[in-house]
Design a binder for this molecule. Structure first.
Ligand code: ZN
Length: 243
């Protein structure tokens, strides 16, 4: 057994583990803004619903007031026509004013029917606004809580990443340039994973059995071995147990 080979393999395995941990955190951190934004979006949707419901309620109220004013002006018209009845000269004129009054009353009655329907709509719209506003308050609180949790977790992860980066730099500095090159190449070829443990004769990354002769050579630790299938640097899992 070559002690330098063994030491290098242990270092590479730890480097691999550190890199994997860093990548996991980097991936997590890269999704943080989107998660925070997604929560804000949920709130925006409810805020938009509140605005729309409020607008609908205001429109109904405006319509109701307009109808109210119109019935008053019709009443005034009826009173005016009533007053004219006393001073008419001809029967024809009299009949004409009566018809005018009748028409006004029919018109007023139609508006009043519409107002009664509108009262129901107003009640429903007011209820809708109230419910949506309560939803908005609840959701705003929930969104803020969740966003704070995410920010807190992201802050902790950032600190963890900083310490892993430092560890990585220290491990990297320990490696001789030849090993750095081998690691870099294996990482590139291994789609980001340079080093694989072998346990029970199986490469733990590609899950292929190491052929018996290659396995014997690996266990001797006389030279660096590559997995014949995935070409990653392999090491017997037992050498880093406890590392
Ligand atoms: Zn493999």
């Amino acid at each position: 057994m070559n002690e330098t080979i063994k030491k290098n393999l242990v270092t590479l395995a730890i480097l691999q583990r550190t890199d994997a941990a860093r990548e996991t955190i980097e991936k997590y951190l890269s999704g943080v803004d989107q998660r925070i934004e997604g929560l804000s979006q949920r709130l925006s949707v409810v805020e938009q619903q509140v605005t729309e419901a409020q607008l609908q309620l205001d429109t109904l109220k405006k319509q109701y007031r307009a109808d109210e004013n119109e019935t008053k002006s019709i009443e005034a018209g009826v009173a005016k026509s009533d007053a004219k009845l006393g001073s008419v000269k001809t029967n024809k004129e009299y009949q004409s004013i009566l018809k005018e009054i009748d028409d006004l009353k029919v018109k007023k009655s139609a508006i009043e029917d519409r107002m009664i329907d509108m009262l129901e709509q107003l009640e429903a719209a007011e209820k809708q606004v109230k419910v949506l506003k309560a939803d908005r308050v609840d959701l705003a609180r929930e969104v803020e809580e969740q966003q704070n949790l995410i920010r807190k977790e992201a802050e902790a992860q950032s600190q963890e990443l900083a310490s892993l980066n430092q560890e990585r730099d220290e491990i990297w500095a320990e490696l001789d340039p030849k090993m750095q090159k081998i690691y870099g190449r294996a990482k590139h070829q291994g789609k980001g994973v340079a080093v694989a443990a072998v346990s029970d004769g199986v490469c733990q990354v590609c899950r292929i059995n190491i052929p018996p002769q290659a396995f014997i050579e690996l266990m001797r630790l006389d030279s660096m071995s590559m997995c014949p299938n995935c070409q990653r640097i392999i090491y017997p899992k037992a050498i880093i147990e406890g590392a």
